[in-house]
Design a protein around this ligand. Sequence first.
Ligand code: GBH
Length: 541
Amino acid sequence: MSVQPAQTDKLPSDFLWGFATASFQIEGSTTADGRGKSWWDDFAKLPGKTLDGRDGDVATDSYNRWEDDLDLLVSYGVNSYRFSIAWSRIIPLGGRNDPVNEAGIQWYSNLIDGLLKRGITPFVTLYHWDLPQALYDRYGGWLSREIIEDYVNYAKICFERFGDRVKFWLTHNEPWCVSVLGHGRGVFAPGRSSDRTRSPEGDSSTEPWIVGHNLILAHAYACKLYREQFKESQDGTIGITLNGDMALPYDDSPENIAAAQHALDVAIGATCLSQDPIYLGDYPEYMKDMLGDRLPRFTPEEHAVVLGSSEFYGMNTYTTNLCKAGGDDEFQGKVEYTFTRPDGTQLGTQAHCAWLQDYPEGFRALLNYLYKRYSKPIYVTENGFAVKDENVMPLEQALADHDRVQYFKGNTAAILAAVNEDGVDIRSYFAWSLLDNFEWADGYVTRFGLTYVDYDTQKRYPKDSAKFVTQWFKEHVTSAPEPLKAPEPTKEPQHVELPKADGEAAPTDSATSSPTVETKKKTKRARFARFTAYISTFLGI
Ligand code: GBH
């Protein structure tokens, strides 16, 4: 029943690829040209909030060096660039009755023109975690429903001023992080938490769910506005991008198979809480049971606005977790994560940050899972790796970033296989990140760039991974103008069984599928082949 494109070793010619960044992580110049304060400005300066005690005042100085950065993109040969707009540059105090800052608008307008002049398609995030401080001071930011109208007003100004040239809009980057890391764990701005050693105020049992709810509503009303007033004349598309890592059962015990599904329900299905509400119309049952009255509900009117608000699935993904039932961490769906398999081996190569290992099989499985479950085209908006101890290596050694090259080798192969063998409709791939940059609570210790930044001189140096990724896409994106038609998404969202980490089938109904088709293919990587066979089987493709 699958539709096979004619060419199986290429991506369609309109496939967007490039690098991603975010305003606060690269721009610096936090007081230039009338920019208002963002809540990260001061938060990063509080003792203990970043690993190295450093803040975002300079970052990669991209506010000043933007033309050099665009030339770097040209040297890489990308066809798209994902960046975010700092709300407090557009409306310094943030609110719908506050003044608009023409200088801020001009800066992004120049950036957009600079991209187009270079033949690069802008892919724009409206909110990548840098809320105007004034809105937090005024009414608690995302904790208040006031924010919905203020956000929609900000989005409207962006559509009005940039929408003639921007055709790809993301409302939010990773709402789970804003709600859970900002208002539950308290590790991101505004740093609220029930843990009084961390924060003088906050309630981790209720606030993340309120914040998540308001984030979804702000997203949904902005999409509604775009569709009603701009979409037709501007001919663009709008959606949200979610963080979601693959969750696989630790072993084949029924409780751990259920745990992996619960982890996906809360991390992605809820996505704090976006996905199921946005694509399927309500929070997952597991979340409703877990949170009871603490989970806000949509009114019928809101429900209608939220359902189907995203026109595509925006996917930020980095890793795969093995899941065990247990623990009391609601933010992970009361599931424990590990990278250690039952036999004591590691799932993949460890990155600098504890939460990340390289496991491309999981990436491919997640692409399949999401496409099957939500039936939307997928834009991969972030994917990347931080090499262990890169921050203390001499430059030459850091540039030879073998583990990151391996990561991208695996994940580009996964993309290609998901498109051409599994029939997943994938339309973009953005590597995180164009540059080493301000890595939030990690300060500048953790480097995610495919370009090395010497923070003393602000000089940029391409790493081996940049060479690999750019070469790979040049070879694999079809140059012919006629695009390969991706298969139509299945119309009905479906329940999807999760595969196991090592490619053996979890107990599932395989009566209707043919497990031998894929396994007959010979590939160099036997495990990957086994896994491929399995996901093809369980997805019936
Ligand atoms: C992305 O988040 C961000 O969009 C981007 O700004 C960032 O620079 C990039 O990844 C690299 O980190 O151990 O509980 O603190 C990735 C998703 C979700 C990954 C939270 C780290 C830490 C969870 N992130 N997770 S916790």
